[in-house]
Design a protein around this ligand. Structure first.
Ligand SMILES: [Ca+2]
Ligand SMILES: [Ca+2]
Ligand SMILES: [Ca+2]
Length: 308
């Protein structure tokens, strides 16, 4: 008995040692911490049954006008995603037969973000086709089948960054009805990494920001400390600057008050030839992260000279 306990104890000790060894491998020192992820949840039927759903609209005139959807009681046998409700273009679930009705909802993304993803779970009577900003991202089997409105839900995911835009994004559902009633419910989760916008001043001593792309010199770039951002929080090893923001690493940096407002800013110098700036470019970009791993970006206008 005692021997068994001792053996178990030894096995546990070995497991703990292995776990520590692998944890070290998984999280080597010096790696930038994970970025912040923000999520938005969108759903159908946020309100009492019988009321209108102000977050979801439908159109019966090809998008000329939109009306809030009706939150309806599902017909027995139809499954509803927990936390959502069925919505329809009419209070009694009636709708055109062998026809499609378009519904939409919207969500807002910040000016700068990375890694956007959208996952939508849906039940529909009879077939849901999903569009993100006008691009189809999924469709249930196009048939009058129970599976389309019973568990498990169909789940559709899109993580193509080119489909997401800053500001208002539109998620649309084309709900095709074959016969009988029509309605649907969904839950969508949008996730993204917000990117903090920092105030950049390229060539703080030059309001015109004249840059000679053939220069063998350096470009001074100041990241200004503001009421909401401390430039000293930047991890200078992550900073890159140039035509698209991924080109040059700083050749030199220093903390000093550049704009004379009493707050210490970050002054960076980049070798012009490493920035990728070419004649005719009108802006340049800085990207990087803070020491806590928050992604940042900033840009300023430039005027190229010496190009004739
Ligand atoms: Ca139907
Ligand atoms: Ca300037
Ligand atoms: Ca300052």
């Amino acid at each position: 008995m005692n021997k068994k306990v001792n053996r178990l104890f030894l096995v546990n000790v070995v497991l703990v040692i292995l776990a520590i060894a692998f944890a070290d491998r998984l999280y080597p020192a010096g790696v930038v911490q994970a970025q912040t992820t923000q999520t938005l949840t969108l759903l159908s039927g946020d309100g009492p049954t019988g009321s209108r759903d102000t977050a979801n609209q439908f159109t019966v005139d090809g998008g000329a006008t939109w009306q809030d959807a009706y939150i309806v009681t599902p017909i027995p046998g139809y499954h509803v995603i927990p936390g959502t409700q069925y919505i329809s273009l009419s209070p009694n679930l009636s709708g055109p037969l062998h026809a499609t009705t378009r519904y939409r909802t919207t969500f807002e993304l910040p000016t700068s973000f990375s890694g956007p993803a959208l996952t939508v779970e849906v039940h529909a009577d009879n077939v849901a086709t999903l569009f993100l900003n006008g691009v189809q991202i999924g469709q249930q089997p196009f048939a009058e089948i129970f599976a389309n409105f019973q568990n498990p839900t169909e789940s559709f995911t899109s993580a193509d960054p080119s489909l997401f835009v800053p500001g208002t994004n539109i998620l649309e559902f084309d709900i095709h009805n074959f016969t009988g009633p029509t309605a649907f419910d969904y839950q969508a989760v949008v996730s993204f990494h917000p990117v903090l916008e920092v105030a950049l001043d390229i060539k703080p001593d030059d309001p015109a920001n004249n840059i000679n792309p053939r220069s063998k010199g350096r470009i001074a770039v100041a990241v200004l400390t503001t009421g909401s951002f401390d430039a000293a929080s930047l991890d200078t090893e992550t900073l890159r600057f140039g035509k698209t923001g991924i080109e040059a690493a700083p050749a030199h940096f220093a903390l000093e008050d550049i704009d004379g407002d009493g707050h210490i800013d970050l002054m960076l110098h980049f070798r012009t030839q490493e920035t990728g700036v070419s004649c005719g470019d009108t802006s340049a970009i800085l990207t990087g992260a803070t020491v806590t791993g928050e992604a940042v970006t900033g840009s300023d206008v430039i005027n190229t000279v010496g190009c004739a």
